[in-house]
Design a protein around this ligand. Structure first.
Ligand SMILES: [Mg+2]
Length: 310
């Protein structure tokens, strides 16, 4: 059974109540807890030895990544993080210095975004170390950004550079909290998501939630140096464009807003965040599906059909 199939089986049975504005299916749950003008955001995420890190990974980077994943999801809603709880699973023969270093990495990132770590839980995990973080945040009700608002004619934008993150960047990425809040304050952003599963997959989440399609411009997709170097070093690895489309763990922002705002956006972004590239990579279309355009024309991009790139 795939992850998608598993989730589809579990979702219909989830208990709910009157607080839920947006339940499972966006980057965070959106809750009405009675705060004037604000929604509460709620998110959990985990990192596991053998999947997200190895026994050799520098421990501070493990703590950083565990929290950064959640922060990235709060960013994707245009929100600000407030409090976190941490569940830590450890083998019985754990080293205290390593655990303290994991927490140092986590606390340093939390402090940078004014997030309190307010407790948690430790449990024995015989095989592998893991870290699970639950995060609360808030967002102004009118500025809450969902996956479901993309409109035909919107420009499609992505921050940073894509692909090759697993060669190192995924352990040190900076969640785009400030950039996302700047976007929410200054622009009529129609939809937003953070890239965790790869551009092609995460863009499809926006398209499905919004009932629209998209056309990507091949030349405009920002390909990371890591993805280019990997392709050069090893002929067996993915072509760089394919890596940018399908590699996970980029944790960049993907969003849409009216195309007429593109120039003001690109100029304002460059002035505010000179160290972070922003690219217009295509547009939202009324016809469903995902199309990739290059100098030879347009072709349909199938999530499972990437072999035609090689
Ligand atoms: Mg996300």
């Amino acid at each position: 059974m795939t992850e998608q199939e598993l989730i589809a089986r579990l979702l219909p049975g989830l208990a709910t109540n009157a607080s839920v504005r947006v339940g499972a299916g966006d980057d965070c749950a959106v809750l009405d807890l009675g705060l004037p003008g604000q929604w509460v955001l709620f998110k959990t995420d985990a990192v596991m030895e053998g999947i997200h890190f190895t026994p050799d990974t520098e421990p501070a980077r493990i703590g950083h990544k565990a929290l950064a994943r959640c922060l990235s999801d709060v960013a994707a809603m245009g929100g600000r993080p407030t409090q976190a709880l941490v569940t830590l699973g450890l083998p019985r023969d754990f080293e205290i210095a390593r655990v303290e270093a994991i927490y140092a990495g986590l606390n340093q990132l939390a402090a940078r975004y004014d997030t309190a770590v307010v407790g948690g839980e430790t449990i024995a995990s015989p095989e592998r170390t893991f870290l699970s973080v639950a995060l609360l945040g808030t967002v102004e009700r009118e500025k809450c950004l969902l996956r479901s608002g993309a409109q035909s004619g919107d420009g499609l934008f992505v921050s940073g550079q894509l692909g090759g993150s697993l060669q190192g960047r995924h352990l040190d990425f900076e969640p785009r909290i400030r950039e996302a809040q700047w976007l929410a304050q200054n622009f009529e952003v129609h939809s937003m998501i953070d890239l965790s599963d790869g551009l092609a997959t995460d863009l499809r989440h926006i398209l499905k939630a919004s009932g629209v399609g998209a056309e990507l411009l091949e030349r405009a997709i920002p390909i990371s140096r890591a993805a280019r170097l990997a392709a050069r070093a090893e002929s067996s690895s993915k072509p760089p464009l394919l890596a940018a489309l399908t590699d996970g763990e980029d944790f960049e922002l993907l969003f849409t807003l009216p195309a007429r705002e593109a120039v003001r956006l690109l100029d304002g972004w460059k002035a505010s965040f000179p160290g972070v590239p922003l690219s217009c990579i295509g547009r939202i279309t009324s016809s469903p599906g995902l199309v990739l355009r290059n100098e030879n024309g347009a072709r349909s991009l199938n999530v499972h059909g990437f072999s035609h790139f090689s």
